[in-house]
Structures are given as C-alpha cells and as structure tokens.
Ligand binder design. Structure first.
Ligand code: GDD
Ligand code: MN
Length: 373
C-alpha cells in the first residue's frame, strides 16, 4: 500500500515558511529562531529555511545543528554562489507551505509583526504584506544611519515614481506573501542583486494586492552589513531591465559598461607603452589588448558575475578562457566591420556594428562558458 501524506504525516506540515538568507550570521540565528518561536507559538505551524552561501564563519553547519534539535529549522547551503535575491528565491521555491516570508538574520526585522502580517494574508484580501520602515507606524532610526535612511527614502521615491504600487518602503527586505502568487512570478525574477521585494512588486504589475505594516528597524545584533556600493549599481541595473521590459538584461548592461571602461584602459596602456616606454606599435598594441582584457575579466568577475565569482584556480582557468573568447570576439568584430565597410564605406557605422557584434559575442560566450552556473 502506498503511503499518502494525508494518512501518515511524519510531522505537522508547515503552513508558513520563513526564508532567512544568511552570510556570516552564525551568532544571530539561534536568537532569531527563538524569537520567531515566541511570537508564532501556538498560532501556526512554521518552519525556518536558512539559505546560506557557504559562509566562512560556519553559519550553515550551525543551522544544521539547530535543525537536528528542531525539525522546524532547515538549511540550504549553496556553494560558489553569492547573492541575496537568488538566495531568497531559492528558499521560497523550496517551500510547500501556503504562506512564505522573507526576513534578515541579524534581528533588524521586528518578528513581532509576523503574526500581524499573517492575519492580513489569511483574511484573504491581500497577496503580499510588506514590513515598512518608512510608512505609517514604521521607523528606521535604530538600524540605519541618517545617510542611509535618506538614500533609502530617495531611491524609494524614484522607484515609486516609475512603478507606483502604493508601497512606501520598496527596498525593505521583510515581507510575507502567498506562495502561489510567488510561484507564478518566480521565473521572471532577477537572481543577482539585493532587492528581491522591489523586483517582486515591479514584476507583478498590478496583479498583486499589497498591504503595508510599519515596524521599527532595529540595530544589527552581531556581525556586519553586506550592503555596499555595488548593491546600488545592481539596483540601477534592475530598474533599467524593468523599464526596458526585460529586453536589456542587467548583466549585459554591466558587461557593456565594463567593456567601455576597457577601451579607456586600452588607450592609456597603449600610450604609455608606445610613447612613454618607446615600444613598437605592434608590441604596444598587443600589450594594451592583454591589459584591457585582463581588466575586463577582473571587473566582470567582481561586479557583473559577482554571484558566481571565480576564485583561486578557477579564476586563472576563467581568465584563459576569457582571453580565448575575446580573441574570437575580436575576429568577429573586425570581420563584421570589414564586411559592412566594403559595402557602404561609412567608417563609424561599420566600426560600431563590429564592436556591437564583438560585445554580444563576448557576452554570450562569457555567460555560458566562463561564468557558467
Ligand atoms: N545567502 C546570502 N547571500 N545572504 C546574504 C547575502 C548573500 O550574498 N548578502 C547578505 N545576506 C543576508 C545577510 O546575512 C542578512 O541576513 C540579510 O541578507 C540582509 O543583509 P544585511 O547585510 O544585514 O543588509 P542590510 O541590513 O544592510 O540591508 C537591509 O536593508 C536593505 C534596505 O536598506 C536588508 O533588509 C535588505 O534586504 C534591504 O534591502
Ligand atoms: Mn542587516
């Protein structure tokens, strides 16, 4: 006889999955689980899913230890991947509960609004409830410096102008939603980046019914924030992608910008080698090409493909492969430019078309071969 889940549940299946992305949060997660248990005790069957990007401080091992003592604690350990949005998406996709929430591990998000969020969702008139630091009843004073609060407000108001959804704090990392609504959106969400909620709200268009609940953003418990200036860059890329209705991939924008910066590096190196050092043109040009390719590889590895960053031996292997890809890309570039120039000798059109073909080639091959995931 086949066992059906209804006949023999091994434990009460969770109705709420709380996804907690972690990177170096070992000293925070036990306290977080306790505080969640305190507010949800007797209210709903819940589970916590830590999604850890192989933190060097051993967060994943520790989370699994917690899981051995308490079946409501799960942990997904990801290797060679980094990224807050991707981690949240993966955790949410692992849920089979009707409701899912996302919150930070560092105790900055006030767990006491979890039951309030849940009540809003179970009442059935909304699909997603956002924990807001900026709207009514919310405050960011404890957890954000004056400078960050101001930039949060500015960015939030820009986003709201382009994509009005009636949410004051689109940058919040704290929300709860119906899983089915998430499952529909998941394939369209951007994996790289920090702003999963903004992506969900923008991507959903008008299809999600949204509510907001204020909370006080507390100071981080242990450890340090991982939000840096690259996060701002990522977010600009996400907005561009959404404004172009997904036609321009975020990564390609970064890749092209890095390529443009590589042109400057090329010219500077060429000038130094040719004029300052006095090498021959052929040698100087070869050197400049090599330096520019290495620069492009390094910056792309740091920014464009940060979520699958290559390190150690894989960095060197990737670099060699990147030289090869760009070498072929250069041939395609020159081939295309020549072909056009012969037909219609407008030099800059031929030149630009060649560069575009080269860039697209380099991008496609880099994404699928060098930084493949
Ligand atoms: N798995 C994984 N991978 N988790 C990550 C990563 C990553 O690359 N980067 C950060 N995290 C986890 C942290 O461990 C923490 O639990 C949570 O994501 C938030 O990261 P923080 O580093 O604490 O961010 P913050 O407090 O500066 O930023 C908060 O405010 C932002 C808006 O101002 C967060 O709530 C953000 O989500 C929010 O967008
Ligand atoms: Mn934080």
């Amino acid at each position: 006889m086949q066992a059906s889940p209804q006949q023999s549940p091994s434990r009460e299946s969770p109705r709420l999955t709380i996804v907690v992305p972690t990177f170096n949060e070992r000293d925070n997660i036990a306290a977080l689980v306790n505080s969640i248990d305190e507010v949800l005790h007797g209210k709903i069957a819940w589970e916590v899913v830590f999604v850890d990007d192989n933190s060097p401080d051993g967060t994943a091992e520790f989370a699994k230890k917690l899981g051995q003592a308490d079946a409501r604690v799960r942990c997904i350990r990801r290797i060679n991947r980094r990224g807050l949005s991707g981690a949240c998406i993966e955790g949410m996709l692992s849920s089979s509960a009707p409701y899912i929430a996302v919150m930070d591990a560092d105790l900055q998000h006030d767990e006491s609004i979890l039951p309030v969020m849940l009540d809003r969702l179970t009442a059935g008139d909304v699909d997603i409830v956002v924990g807001s630091r900026l709207g009514e009843g919310g405050s960011a004073a404890g957890g954000l410096s004056a400078k960050r609060e101001m930039s949060s407000r500015i960015v939030a108001s820009i986003v709201t102008r382009f994509f009005p959804r009636g949410v004051s704090d689109v940058l919040s990392g704290f929300f709860m939603m119906r899983r089915e609504a998430f499952d529909v959106l998941a394939p369209q969400l951007e994996q790289s980046g920090f702003k999963i909620l903004a992506d969900i709200l923008i991507t959903s268009g008008d299809s999600l019914r949204v509510a907001e609940i204020g909370f006080t953003f507390r100071a981080r418990q242990a450890g340090v924030s991982k939000l840096d200036s690259r996060v701002v860059l990522d977010f600009a890329g996400l907005l561009l992608n959404k404004l172009s209705r997904g036609v321009i991939p975020v990564r390609f924008v970064f890749f092209a910008l890095v390529g443009a910066s590589g042109v400057i590096v090329h010219i500077v190196t060429l000038r130094l080698a040719l004029i300052s050092v006095g090498l021959s043109f052929a040698v100087s040009q070869s050197l400049a090409t090599l330096v520019a390719m290495t620069w492009n590889f390094y910056i792309n590895n740091e920014i464009t493909y940060r979520d699958s960053q290559l390190k150690g031996v894989r960095f060197l292997q990737g670099l060699l492969l990147f030289y090869l890809v760009c070498g072929v890309g250069a041939v395609a570039n020159v081939g295309m430019a020549n072909w056009l120039f012969v037909r219609d000798p407008v030099w800059w059109i031929a030149g630009l078309a060649g560069a575009a073909v080269g860039a697209i080639w380099n991008y496609a091959l880099s994404s699928s071969l060098v930084w493949k995931r």
